[in-house]
Design a protein around this ligand. Structure first.
Ligand SMILES: NC(=O)c1ccc[n+]([C@@H]2O[C@H](COP(=O)([O-])OP(=O)(O)OC[C@H]3O[C@@H](n4cnc5c(N)ncnc54)[C@H](OP(=O)(O)O)[C@@H]3O)[C@@H](O)[C@H]2O)c1
Length: 238
């Protein structure tokens, strides 16, 4: 049996990836505050990933018959669109906890829980181009995604040094995807974010990527990752 743990499986990229993997016969554990999937092979774990106590208490369930175990750290938030001088400390804190701390805690738990399991294990961290270059008005988002990239690279380094077999960690920039997160970007004010008009234009022109296409790329990655290098993966679409 193949198992995937997907954070943020209730919406957007996470939901479409969960649905596609369910169609391919996987058992999915979805971690989010709300639930939007009903399927006999879907198990919902209701959790606020931005709460440290909830994260500390979380344990991966035993998956005795697993042949392949995948963790997709996908849940994320843009946070308040506001540059330095206008940002809100509580909002920055929530972005760092959801986008960076929660994936790191889950990576830690995943490695510890399945260390002795002789099956293929894969962690896919859904990052962003915004983790590689700065965008004005997105300090919490950019910084947390850059941190997620580095956390993945640290684990990649540990896997090499400790010669951990059957474990890979990858990080992915999915492109600009038509999800509720993009709606928030379009609704943000131009004064706090100079590129807002570009995102409004992309939506008008219909050039945003449907989340279903990202889900296909993620499932292809799960099939093909063994031959890929550790570099950040930027999905390209036809
Ligand atoms: N959309 C884009 O253009 C784009 C571009 C680059 C990267 N990304 C990345 O892709 C990932 C998915 O984004 P999306 O666009 O698909 O977003 P989305 O449609 O807004 O979905 C976000 C998901 O995160 C979950 N989530 C949010 N806060 C949570 C919390 N405190 N605890 C648990 N779950 C929480 C939500 O579930 P609940 O509300 O039910 O908890 C939801 O399932 C994110 O990491 C994002 O940074 C997106």
């Amino acid at each position: 049996m193949n198992y995937a743990f997907i954070t943020g499986a209730s919406s957007g990229i996470g939901k479409e990836t969960a649905l596609l993997l369910l169609n391919q016969g996987w058992t999915i554990y979805g971690l989010s505050r709300s639930r939007s999937i009903t399927h006999q092979a879907y198990r919902h774990i209701e959790i606020n990933l931005a709460e440290l106590n909830a994260m500390n208490a979380f344990r991966f369930p035993a998956v005795e018959d697993a042949g392949h175990i995948v963790l997709i750290n996908n849940a994320g938030r843009l946070g308040k669109v506001a540059g330095f001088g206008f940002a809100d400390a509580g909002d920055l804190d929530e972005s760092i906890r959801l986008n960076l701390l929660a994936p790191m805690v889950l990576m830690n738990q995943f490695v510890a829980s399945f260390e002795k399991k002789q099956v293929e294990k894969l962690i896919i961290n859904i990052s962003s181009g915004a983790g590689s270059f700065p965008i004005d008005g997105w300090p919490g988002y950019c910084a947390s995604k850059a941190g997620l990239d580095m956390a993945t690279r640290v684990l990649q380094t540990e896997i090499k040094i400790k010669k951990i077999s059957q474990l890979r960690a990858l990080y992915v920039a999915p492109g600009i995807v038509d999800t509720p997160m993009q709606r928030l970007i379009r609704q943000s004010g131009e004064t706090s974010f100079s590129r807002q008009g570009q995102f409004v234009d992309m939506h008008k022109k219909g050039t945003l990527i449907p989340p279903e296409k990202v889900a296909i790329k993620i499932t292809e990655l799960i099939s093909n990752y063994r031959s890929l290098p550790d570099d950040k993966i930027e999905f390209k679409y036809e």
